[in-house]
Design a protein. Structure first.
Length: 298
């Protein structure tokens, strides 16, 4: 299939509008020879003459008159497309697909979106919440927020803020079963496990650099940190959750942090986008908003 010569059609429309090859060339910033060659190229493709040319006059042939309105529409559509794109660059509009972890999306991203829409009322956000990592390219996402230690990949990643994880339990559980002071003692406790981690092993590092790994056992495994929260509040066991899920419970005394001298491997909130440098203005607007909202704080 051979594509239409859109440039030649647009130049033909300009010649018709200007009623002169020379005037069309000046309007387009092209040489008269370039304009003439484009029209000749179009005539050759069509197998028909578009203009009667003499040294003093230029007039449309019957074919030229029939095709001139169509050429004008081609030119107008192209101009409108570029003007719309330029307007969008000044005032972002259109759809942006955003992926985020489930609880972080519910607790932090969704409450922030009204402020974004107040600034950009013509942008629509398709928010996809899932603790599993989506394939941005294959699934067509423009932006993703991820909480992890990110592996090397072709994606573009921007670190926004550290995420602290805490080992916690309800005061009632600790009163009944005792407070562990070393990760090895977790083997004697009921543990509630988050299953979207890369491994089912809990790894701790002490203040002296010593490391220990334990495999938790307990009555509940879930792929949602928020789902674990209800059971740990009820005193069913010990769990490890990020600060944005448990900060309110810690402040209210519903949960207590334990093993505070032992650290988990560091993770952070990242903003991830597909490879490539060019982005629509609507995507850049959302990226800048999220970075400003969540950088160095969660």
């Amino acid at each position: 299939m051979r594509l239409p010569d859109f440039e030649a059609w647009a130049i033909f429309a300009h010649v018709v509008e200007q009623r002169s090859f020379s005037a069309a060339a000046r309007a387009l910033g092209l040489s008269k020879a370039t304009v003439s060659k484009a029209v000749s190229r179009l005539e050759e493709r069509l197998g028909a003459t578009l203009f009667h040319r003499t040294s003093r006059t230029l007039s449309l042939t019957e074919t030229g008159r029939a095709l001139a309105p169509r050429a004008a529409r081609v030119l107008t559509e192209g101009q409108c497309a570029e003007e719309d794109a330029a307007d969008a660059a000044l005032s972002p509009r259109g759809l942006v697909r955003l992926a985020a972890p489930m609880t972080f999306g519910l607790e932090r991203v969704a409450p922030a979106l009204p402020d974004f829409f107040a600034r950009y009322p013509d942008v629509t956000v398709d928010l996809h919440l899932d603790d599993r990592s989506v394939d941005l390219v294959e699934q067509g996402f423009d932006v993703a927020l991820r909480i992890a230690q990110l592996p090397d990949s072709s994606l573009r990643a921007r670190r926004l803020a550290p995420i602290a994880r805490h080992t916690v339990a309800a005061p009632a559980y600790l009163a009944r079963h005792g407070r562990p002071t070393h990760p090895a003692q977790l083997a004697d406790h009921r543990c509630l496990s988050y299953t979207n981690l890369p491994t089912d092993v809990w790894r701790y590092t002490g203040t002296d650099g010593s490391e220990i790994a334990i495999r938790p056992q307990g009555p509940l495994l879930a792929n949602s940190g928020e789902a674990l929260l209800h059971s740990v509040r009820a005193g069913l066991g010990i769990t490890v959750l990020p600060d944005f899920i448990i900060d309110a419970d810690l402040a209210a005394g519903r949960l207590e942090a334990i093993l505070t001298e032992w650290r988990w491997p560091p993770i952070a909130l990242h903003l991830v986008t597909p490879p490539g440098m060019l982005r629509p203005a609507r995507v850049t607007a959302l990226i800048d908003f999220l970075a400003a909202r969540f950088s160095a704080k969660t």
